[in-house]
Design a protein around this ligand. Structure first.
Ligand code: HEC
Length: 134
């Protein structure tokens, strides 16, 4: 077949680009996303957080933000937590209430590590107060 013969004659640098092209494009996209993908961080005041919610936000940033986006429902390592309590069910299908969210945080769930030992009772309740604002 004519097409096949032509394809074989494609110079080597061309075929190499066909393989690395998507990788380069992906890396560029990641760089752009890392630079300006997330909306600029809002201050606690702009988010209308009270003192407890604001300290819960600090807990979130230290223990959760690496795996969960707070203001998006798109996933990172775990599901996005936007409107976590605004929906009837958690991603697992459990009812979206304090009891089950607390249970996931303390005991872990699937690939999510248990964080019960890392957080004090105060940090946990601050965190839950913050999660209610998402
Ligand atoms: C190392 C990554 C990681 C960290 C850190 C992490 N999570 Fe998760 N989280 C996950 C993954 C993965 C899932 C999905 C678990 C599954 O269903 O298998 C998940 C699930 C959840 C869920 C949904 C539970 C359900 O029942 O569907 C909630 C809520 C949650 N995480 C909150 C948090 C909070 C709050 C923190 C911080 C205290 C946190 N996570 C820290 C990875 C993480």
């Amino acid at each position: 077949m004519r097409f096949g013969v032509n394809a074989e004659r494609v110079p080597e640098y061309d075929t190499r680009f066909m393989r690395t092209g998507p990788i380069i494009a992906g890396a560029l996209l990641l760089a752009v996303l890392a630079g300006c993908g997330e909306a600029p961080e809002k201050t606690d005041a702009e988010l209308g957080l009270n003192a407890q919610q604001a300290s819960g936000r600090r807990v979130y940033q230290s223990y959760c933000a690496a795996c969960h986006k707070a203001y998006s429902s798109s996933g990172l390592k775990g599901p996005g937590l936007k409107r976590l309590f605004g929906k009837q069910f958690l991603p697992s299908g459990l009812p979206a209430n304090d009891r089950f969210v607390r249970q996931s945080i303390v005991g872990g769930r699937g690939m999510m590590p248990p964080l019960g030992d890392a957080l004090s009772e105060q940090q946990l309740s601050d965190l839950l107060a913050y999660l209610h604002t998402l």
